[in-house]
Design a protein around this ligand. Sequence first.
Ligand code: GDP
Ligand code: MG
Length: 164
Amino acid sequence: MGNIVAIVGRPNVGKSTLFNRLTGTRKAIVNETAGVTRDRNYGKADWNGTEFSLIDTGGFSVNSDDVFEDEIRKQVMLAIDESDAILFVLDVQHGITDFDEAVAKILRRTKKKVYVVANKADNSDLIFAANEFYSLGIGEVIYPISSVNGSGTGDMLDAVVADF
Ligand code: GDP
Ligand code: MG
């Protein structure tokens, strides 16, 4: 098994934007509408000469507010099964939702490495706000990143490839 990293999180946190940045493609569909990535996208990424496979998950078929916990569990369990490490993406501009809590609950139980990624931390105030995600009780470090401007992704990737 190679190094496979899955991007997990509720709709609209920026998973596909992150996938596209890390794979250097525009393959994943990025949309304002929650839940638009129906199928999984598979791509290759490279960080300082270390190659890994990336999976962009999506396809929650209902909107974030009324999604069934069963469906969340199915999606996240599938991502865990398929991967060696998980990027758990959250939206720092939106804060913690019930949906995030439900995903965190499942991820807390896995033995696989989980990196908590505070996306949309586009400026220093938002980078500071990312500390709220420590309350999820998952991962030792929160990685504030901006998938749009790329900030923070280097530190995050350093940590990910160091654990391969
Ligand atoms: P997904 O549903 O988790 O795959 O989320 P998408 O990648 O489709 O992004 C949802 C929305 O968030 C889009 O409008 C993106 O442009 C926006 N977005 C993604 N990453 C960032 C970011 O780092 N900063 C900001 N400000 N917006 C972002
Ligand atoms: Mg998507």
